[in-house]
Design a binder for this molecule. Sequence first.
Ligand code: DGJ
Length: 718
Amino acid sequence: MITVLDNLFLLETENSSYQMKVGAQGLLMHVWYGARTGQPMDYLNQTIDFGFSGQVYEDQFDRTISPDTMMLEYPCEGIGDYRITAAKVEGAYGLDLRYAGYEIGQGEYEVTGLPHVRGNLEQLTIHLKDEVHQIQADLVYLVDVQNDAIIRNVVFTNTLSKPVKLERSFSMALDLPTSDQTELISFPGSHNKERLLTRQPLNQNIVTFSSKRGTSSHQQNPALVICDKATTEETGEAYGVLFVYSGSFKIEVEKDQTTQTRILCGVNPEVTCWTLDPNVPFETPQTILFYSDQGLGQLSRNSHNLIRQRILPKNDYHPILINTWEAVYFDFDRQKLLAIADEAAKLDVDLYVMDDGWFGARNSDLAGLGDWTPNEEKLGGTLGSLIEEINAKGLDFGIWIEPEMVNKNSDLFRAHPDWALIAPNRKPAISRGQMVLDLCNPEVVDYLETCFTNLLGSSNIRYVKWDMNRSLADLYSSVLPEERQEEVSHRYMLGVYDLLGRLTSKFPNILFEGCSGGGGRFDAGMLFYTPQIWCSDDTDVHERSKIQYGTSFFYPPCTMGAHVSEVPNHQTGRTASLDARAVMAMAGTYGYELDLGKLNEQDQEEIRTLNAKFREIQPLVLEGDYTRLSAPENGLVLTQFTDPNQDRILVSGILYETRPTTMPRRIRLQNLDPNARYQNKEGQIFTGQALMKGGLVLEKTTGTDCPIFIELQKGVEE
Ligand code: DGJ
């Protein structure tokens, strides 16, 4: 709900309140973001005189009022606020945005050319204006009442008659009041080790989480939690910041001299500087803010619900798949492909995905990208005939593509060398033997659209894995003038979204799965187009438990591409039981990434049983409430899936090590009906209260990485 009381704006969700106020001289002050209190909270906004924190000219005699110490809604550079700031125009002198009015609306709010939060939401737009630069910044707020979320972005307009360069244009700033307790939870990593949760105290300092790789990256994720030292899964306050963007980003946090905390989130200004042409608006991507006073678990559930309801495209297709990558890599022919399909069909798999290596001269990663013509020699005939044969076995067919890339050794590059991002008079940086296509160039986007429309329209393709296997360098586009080259990074992303938008709307029945060397582009921006993303190339159970744990802080399990792969694992050489691998993969989209034909009969039989089990529990993974019961540092990663009516519960995860002479572990469940009775598969009955206060006893295990999979059903009579 949005209310305006004189000069105070109140945005209220079910459990949170966001308040700001037009202060002296038209500066827009941030007042409060936190629990609902039933009143304006501006009485808290006390300031004192800090030396070397000056005043705005009109208030120069009141030294307690300083832009350097006040909580500001959208702080800009050069007006005496020496903290990190959200916007800056080229040149030495400041951007002085003052209040110029507001509007309230309701409806679907689209951010042009960018992924965004869908649905009918209440909207507030606050107009700020710099009278000298004639730049207007419209701060847009959407209120998602149910999910305790405020969605923000900014629209810049230049009303001068000449262009102005925006050197920095963050999507939002958030000032939080004084606290010595602040901690930050972020999700750093690398290829094969994505989103490994890190929690650190925030001292008087500036901390940056960013990517300048042209993707949201394996190394950092565009998501952050700000909480208290005492915040746990179930208790305490937590703020979530989730950026709806898949390119280079920056989230910056500063604890200042007053111990207030400022958070910025936006497109990374280190690689993007936008020229604002007169009267051509520039829209920043959206940032979603979450608030929870019931700990991190509730924050995650709100984010999961928002992503499921308002970010993901509509999708009713949730197949169990077999992917050929780790079974054959580039080394296959029709016979090998069909042998895998035969096994998959026998084992009740739904979808067969032919990964990399099926096109052009693609027999290694050094050639072929760009030449999206099936290699009929390798496929032993046309792609259409292969698909027909696989369909005839009762399997749907899916295919791997990497549209944004080109190999030097490809017909496409030989024909259009200017279509790759290459700086003049320089040799391009190469990664995995490939270069990046210039998606700032509309001709390239059109070409790719035609090319993939032909491919996807020509045969019965039900699924596409959209991969992206390198970071951007050589940020130079041959179609942009010199003065706009600093826009390449963001324009590239606009091109990717344009292409994704065109193809996903042309083929609404195809399930698109995102991928970037595993989870290098796992973000809310991609999820707008691809309802699932390959979580990591690392499928080792032990490592995956940490990766999926970190990923779960913002992203729901239905988005996490997860497969059972071969042992010893191709990434770590470790061996885990089939059950353990299945338990981990069942906490995501579920599928296989191995040569099913190499399995012994017992494992094959077990796979049939596992597939049936997954189909049974799949609704819990797709729609259930997700609760983290135990974290990797406890040697036990455990999750509770609860269906929306609390009728069915699944507790699943991995116990890393079995210890000798140790009492069995007890694990307390959460969010159950205390008076209801729940029965496990062995017929034992527990009250909800017993499960929440006393807990479940985990069976004694042997070995390492032991699977835990406990199902409970509500409603049994005594
Ligand atoms: C990287 C992906 O993460 C893998 O699953 C596989 O598709 C390869 N690319 C293929 O090149």
